[in-house]
Design a protein around this ligand. Structure first.
Ligand code: PRT
Ligand code: ZN
Length: 226
């Protein structure tokens, strides 16, 4: 099964916090999907749309490389990837078609309850565990604070207790995870929601027409939920 060049290609998260909402959004737009487990590609039955089901981290790159036409991803992952790709001189063009009303969270600094936190300067020379080294560095550079980044792709919240970091920079929504790990949120460094993004590569008219049909429907769905 391959991707048809004439069909609009949309990358969404395969399984995770954004996948249910993404599928609901497409359904709400009238896109009939036949989603089977373990499939990378799903074809819409009633519209010229193919879905690519991938890790969320891969979505910005797929859009920026023009492998897919559209993608839905958290602004946190989008911005992190953007900074990384710019630093590496890779293509990093895209446009945001719509900020969506799900996937809301914030990227925050947090320290152990017993840490005497007086502001970002308290982290001078300290080790900070994160999955978002670029977003963290940008914030700390702006604060003029030097630190050591400890890159972790999971279990960031246990790093201070495990003795591998002095603080963390992680996503927070309810704050329950921080609390359960004896951590206190100190600085919000980035606020995020899911966004629908489009590749910068110009599309053939037929594909653009599909997007022009989808967008007002998404707009309508969001208004109905407000
Ligand atoms: O497998 P894949 O790589 O696709 O998924 P993933 O595990 O990397 O991502 P996933 O599914 O956890 O999150 C996808 C996106 O959802 C994130 O990039 C954010 O844009 C958004 N999002 C919204 C969140 C949260 N809320 C969130 N709370 N992503 C992660 N969390 C985690 C956080 O990392 C921490 O472990 O939830 C925990 C904190 O939650 P609270 O409610 O206890 O504060
Ligand atoms: Zn991920």
């Amino acid at each position: 099964m391959t991707l048809d060049q004439n069909r609009l290609r949309i990358a969404i998260q395969k399984s995770g916090r954004l996948s249910t909402e993404c599928q609901k959004l497409l359904k709400g737009c009238g896109v009939k999907l036949n989603l089977r487990e373990q499939r990378l590609i799903a074809h819409a039955e009633n519209m010229p749309i193919d879905l690519l089901l991938v890790r969320d981290d891969d979505i910005p790159g797929l859009v920026m490389d023009g492998v897919v036409d559209l993608g839905v991803v958290g602004e946190n992952v989008l911005e992190e990837t953007l900074m990384e790709r710019q630093a590496q001189g890779e293509s990093s063009d895209y446009s945001v078609l719509k900020r969506l009303d799900f996937g809301g969270c914030r990227l925050s600094l947090a320290v152990a309850q017993e840490f005497d936190y007086q502001g970002p300067e308290s982290l001078e020379g300290k080790r900070i565990a994160t999955s978002y080294p670029w977003l963290l560095k940008r914030y700390m550079d702006r604060q003029g604070v030097k630190f050591k980044s400890v890159m972790l792709n999971g279990s960031v919240e246990v790093a201070p207790r495990a003795g591998v970091a002095d603080a963390i920079c992680d996503l927070v929504s309810t704050g329950a995870t921080l609390e359960a790990n004896g951590l206190v949120e100190t600085d919000v460094i980035f606020r995020s929601k899911a966004v629908l993004i489009q590749s910068a590569i110009p599309l053939p008219t037929a594909k653009q027409q599909v997007i022009d049909r989808l967008l007002p429907r998404i707009q309508g769905l969001q208004q109905a939920r407000e």
